[in-house]
Design a protein around this ligand. Structure first.
Ligand SMILES: NC(=O)c1ccc[n+]([C@@H]2O[C@H](COP(=O)([O-])OP(=O)(O)OC[C@H]3O[C@@H](n4cnc5c(N)ncnc54)[C@H](O)[C@@H]3O)[C@@H](O)[C@H]2O)c1
Length: 326
């Protein structure tokens, strides 16, 4: 544990991950012997997943299009854990040959793949419908939906054969894009991939029978933001404390390491989660995580609505839905 708690010198924006697992009560050998492929694992959310899985004793295959960050993520994970816990495979998840090469390298290094985390995305393809190009739509769909399909087809049959596996997807809260998010293209691709993943649950059948658990994980506000690097507000602008910028109930963003611990918890409970999804706040609550969960934040006057209700109201019903009487 000493090795893992040490802060590694790196240009990646990270903090030690082992204390997050300890806080969540996850044992350091909880995923011993398990191998995970994490797409988009060279930064932020995916990097948090990969580091947490390795810190919980697992092996990780970092599958990312970015070679500089991917190579560094591999170096960091191996140094943190004092063993060859990670390999990096450069991979454009939209390209079938790259996904085949990814599988080849993963099996060569670790012999098997038990966990597939579909997480890659290019957040720059997050535009409104009328201002996006057709190429942006195609690329966004290719990463979200095509990438998920290619990876699932490559890794899941062997999981079914072995009667052991976990498949998950970094989904979004929004099925219809609310105005404050503004990413219609992104949201539509995410909805397609969520549909693929949820339908896969039905195709496979109950996790108790197949040994393969399939679910969605919703990060929602996961990032380490360096507020000191924010540009100063224009003269005359009202003063806003950036630390108060928050997702519902949170006084800041959720660190990727904390989200990584939440993912490990979900992996360990994959059979129970099969056919459903969990938003990161609810995972933290389920883990009884000592983090500023909404309950610990001073409540404003009036009833707060839960994340689930928020999602139902703004995101699933569509902007034209005003209730059954409306
Ligand atoms: N950060 C959040 O709060 C949040 C909220 C909801 C959903 N998500 C989802 O979680 C995932 C990760 O989000 P993030 O904030 O870490 O994004 P990010 O942009 O920081 O990381 C995405 C990673 O995917 C890689 N990537 C991009 N295109 C690729 C491709 N074609 N093939 C392989 N890798 C590719 C990038 O190089 C990068 O390392 C995304 O799918 C995102 O939609 C994140």
């Amino acid at each position: 544990m000493e090795t893992m708690a040490r802060k590694i010198e790196t240009f990646l924006n990270i903090e030690p991950v082992a204390p997050e697992l300890e806080r969540a009560g996850i044992k350091k050998d909880a995923l011993k012997g398990e191998t995970a492929v994490v797409t988009g694992a060279a930064s932020n959310v995916g990097l948090g997943f990969a580091r947490a899985i390795a810190a919980a004793g697992g092996n990780v295959v970092i599958a990312d299009i970015n070679p500089k960050n991917g190579e560094e993520a591999r170096r960091v994970i191996n140094e943190e854990n004092g063993r060859d816990a990670a390999i990096f495979v450069q991979c454009d998840i939209t390209q079938e040959k790259d996904v085949k090469n990814l599988a080849e390298k993963a099996y060569e290094a670790f012999g098997k793949v038990d966990i597939l985390i579909n997480n890659a995305m290019n957040m720059r393809l997050n535009g409104p419908l009328l201002k996006s190009t057709v190429e942006e739509l195609d690329q966004s769909y290719a990463i979200s939906a095509r990438g998920v399909m290619l990876a699932v087809k490559e890794f899941v049959p062997k999981m079914v054969e072995r009667g052991h596996g976990v498949v998950t997807y970094s989904a979004t809260q929004f099925h219809y894009c609310p105005p404050m998010v503004g990413g219609t293209i992104y949201t539509a691709g995410k909805a397609a991939a969520t549909s693929l993943i949820m339908s896969l649950c039905n195709e496979l059948g109950p996790a108790e029978e197949t040994g393969v658990g399939v679910f969605c994980f919703v990060p929602a506000g996961v990032a380490r933001v360096d507020f000191s690097k924010f540009p100063p507000p224009p003269p005359g602008a009202p003063k806003v404390d950036p630390k108060k910028f928050a997702m519902p109930g949170f006084p800041g963003m959720i660190p990727p390491e904390t989200s990584g611990a939440a993912m490990v918890y979900c992996i360990l409970n994959a059979a129970k989660l099969h056919g459903s999804g969990m938003i990161v706040y609810d995972v933290l609550r389920a883990m009884n995580y000592p983090f500023p969960v909404p309950e610990t934040v001073k409540k404003p006057a009036g009833r707060r609505i839960s994340d689930q209700e928020l999602t139902m109201i703004f995101c699933n019903m569509g902007p034209g839905f005003f209730g059954l009487d409306g």
